[in-house]
Ligand binder design. Structure first.
Ligand code: PMP
Length: 381
């Protein structure tokens, strides 16, 4: 396969940065000892591990939080949701999330509902595709203890007002607010004051880091029921031998993701505008699923006449990698529950195409993608 590849599936995963990989490999040479061992090498490894957390907290300008390293966003979401709800279940059993969260949030809520007697309110996005702070507040009850609303939706790129939600939830001190920020960091996090968010989730491989590593950022005073019990690592919240090489790689990943934000954002927005302008001109072929506000890293549209999955396959055969529904549930379901939540027609729901961009994509790649798209539209019956 030596055909040129145009990779436009960056919301599924990004290509790892060589500097991150290099650091990871070098770390294994130097810091191979177990950070929990009490000998000198172990203590040194532990010191470096704690330093990675201190440095990352500083990058996020956080002073009241701690970091729990996990195997990725899926585990961080599960730990935040089940850990907090089960720990504080005696305070109340009503919890709130949105209908278009990632499965790692939705399934955790469904489990709490089915197995632990919690009542869940699933909020719908408004006509702009956004979960508003007012919608969250209107659904708080006397026994509400937990709210989880994603920062950026992974299929349509809707940006939710997590800071405003956190501000308004201040009036309800019993409620813990968590946000899945997997698609936010390095892409739409500008100006967000993370100190306001009680707990948030980050995944390394969504921002050119290593797959299989992530973090839950949590306010120190919030306790969680651990999901993995054992040797007591990660403040007793997530046992298992600490992965220092991955932690060092993660520190580098975060540093790189947070730098050059403005330039990258403007650039990716210009690529997104090109795609949006092109798709908007083909009103009988496509319908844009464009929220307001949206993150330019994710553009979603539906094919109205041809099967979305056939277009995605034809693009792939021509070297262009995009998604139909998100990779996380593409084998299980045909339609997109996210696009369905916008109240779109069955045709739109069943034929979505997600193009997810990166600052490494070039204008030429986007031009080529659009001309291949036009070409295959003429070929598919
Ligand atoms: N949340 C969101 C919004 C995501 O996009 C993803 C990845 N598709 C995840 C959680 C899961 O991330 P991970 O692969 O790190 O478990």
């Amino acid at each position: 396969m030596n055909k040129k590849i145009i990779y436009l599936d960056n919301a599924a995963t990004t290509k790892v940065e060589p500097l991150v990989l290099d650091l990871y490999n070098r770390a294994h040479e130097v810091y191979f000892a177990n950070p929990s061992s009490i000998h000198k090498l172990g203590q040194e490894a532990n010191y470096v591990l704690e330093k990675t957390k201190e440095n990352i907290l500083r990058m996020f300008k956080l002073y009241d939080h701690q970091i729990v390293y996990t195997s990725g966003a899926t585990e961080a979401n599960n730990l935040a949701i089940k850990g907090a709800c089960l720990r504080y279940k005696n305070r109340g059993r009503h919890i709130i999330t949105s209908i278009y969260e990632h499965p790692s949030v939705l399934e955790a809520f469904r489990q709490l509902e089915a197995e632990f007697d919690f009542k869940v309110t699933y909020l719908k996005p408004n006509s702009d595709g956004v979960i508003t702070a007012d919608n969250v507040i209107a659904n708080i009850k006397r026994d509400t203890i937990f709210v989880s609303i994603m920062a950026v939706n992974n299929e349509i790129g809707a940006i939710n007002p997590i800071e405003e939600i956190a501000d308004k939830l201040k009036a309800y001190p019993k409620v813990i607010f968590h946000s899945d920020c997997s698609q936010l960091i390095g892409k739409a996090n500008k100006e967000i004051n993370f100190n306001k968010i009680d707990m948030f989730t980050v995944s390394a491989h969504k921002m050119h880091g290593l797959v299989g590593f992530g973090a839950l950022f949590k306010r120190k005073k919030i306790d969680l029921l651990p999901l993995a019990s054992g040797g007591g690592q990660e403040y007793n919240l997530r046992s298992g031998t600490s992965d220092l090489a991955s932690a060092l790689a993660f520190e580098k990943t975060v540093m790189m993701a947070l730098s050059s934000f403005d330039d990258r954002y403007e650039y990716v927005a210009s690529l997104a505008n090109k795609i949006i302008a092109h798709i908007s001109m083909k009103k009988d072929e496509f319908e844009l699923n464009l929220p307001n506000p949206y993150n330019p890293y994710i553009i979603n549209f539906s094919s109205l006449k041809k099967k979305g999955s056939v277009i995605v396959e034809a693009l792939s055969n021509n070297g262009v990698m995009v998604s139909s529904v998100s990779a996380c549930h593409s084998s299980k379901e045909k339609g997109s529950y996210v696009v369905a939540s916008l109240g779109k027609s069955d045709v739109a729901v069943n034929n979505t195409i997600r193009v997810s961009l990166d600052y490494n994509n070039t204008e030429e790649e986007i031009d080529e993608f659009l001309s291949i798209l036009d070409k295959i539209l003429g070929e598919i019956r």
